[in-house]
Design a protein around this ligand. Structure first.
Ligand code: G1P
Length: 275
């Protein structure tokens, strides 16, 4: 439930999905994560208090609990990697294609990204088995991501012929990194079951997608548009940056924070110079 500016990160992800037409969300959580369930539940008591206090801005923020999305929850009982977490959603997906959104990535300031909707259109119109969102990353950072090998680099989407999870820069097939949003046909579940755990005992989703490529299935990638930058909350340096960028963009408090931050930076420059 780590927040960025005013909201927990998971709320940005759910708001993005809702804006892209998603009506049912299954959270795959772990032990001690019941705060997510509480957050997305209705809270009549809090609503009463906020209404009484005329706090309409705060009431609006808790509106996501009442947005018409159907929330379901399941637990990954052991930390066996992303592939294993996706398997927890097999009954939920049934025979239908489904979206995977990683909870450590926010797409665009204020969840205004429409990439998932574009991916869904492409999945349908091109008869794909999988569509992945990708972003360009500096060559020296490929070892933090799954990296795709595209067949061609032109147009709105590209066919993926191979993928490598966290390659060294010298072994990376491109600098196009998997950006935390995927669409799958249910075919993926059997392929995940066939993946051998890696040296840390984790079942990598990227390896199962690679099997789709090997089977000749259509795996496509779409690049995130520049306006839909991915904010990675998975490590502290980028979490700090994300928090500051969202706080600066806050419609109510952003301007005052900018001024305050300017003063803080100037004061710390003085301290550094004097040190
Ligand atoms: C996961 C995926 C990786 C992807 C990344 C995006 O890695 O395995 O392919 O590029 O998310 O955030 P993780 O960050 O869980 O190590």
């Amino acid at each position: 439930m780590l927040p960025v500016a005013r909201k927990p990160i998971v709320q940005y992800v759910v708001e993005e999905l809702a804006a892209n037409g998603i009506k049912q969300v299954l959270f795959v959580t772990g032990r001690n994560k019941s705060s997510i369930e509480n957050h997305f539940d209705l809270d009549p008591e809090l609503e009463r208090v906020l209404t009484g206090a005329n706090k309409h801005d705060l009431l609006e923020e808790i509106g996501i609990q009442d947005s018409g999305i159907h929330y379901l929850y399941t637990r990954q009982r052991m930390q066996r990697g992303l592939g294993d977490a996706i398997l927890c959603g097999e009954n939920f997906a049934g025979e239908e294609p489904f979206v995977v959104a990683l909870g450590d990535s926010i797409l665009g300031l204020n969840a205004e990204s429409r990439t998932v909707a574009r991916m869904m259109d492409l999945f349908e119109s091109r008869g794909a088995s999988c569509v992945i969102a990708v972003e360009e990353v500096p060559n020296e950072e490929t070892m933090h991501y799954g990296v795709i090998e595209p067949a061609d680099l032109n147009g709105e989407s590209m066919r993926v012929v191979n993928l490598v999870e966290k390659p060294k820069p010298s072994q990376a097939p491109s600098n196009l990194a998997i950006a935390g949003r995927y669409i799958f046909s249910p075919l993926i579940f059997d392929l995940i079951r066939g993946v051998q755990p890696d040296h840390r005992g984790e079942i990598q989703l990227t390896d199962a997608i690679q099997r789709l490529c090997e089977e000749g299935r259509r795996v496509l990638a779409v690049k995130l548009p520049a306006a839909e930058k991915r904010y990675d909350i998975g490590n502290f340096p980028s979490y700090f940056e994300t928090f500051v960028e969202f706080a600066l963009a806050d419609p109510l408090y952003g301007a005052a924070f900018r001024e305050r931050l300017g003063k803080m930076l100037a004061a710390s420059d003085v301290r550094t110079a004097g040190a």
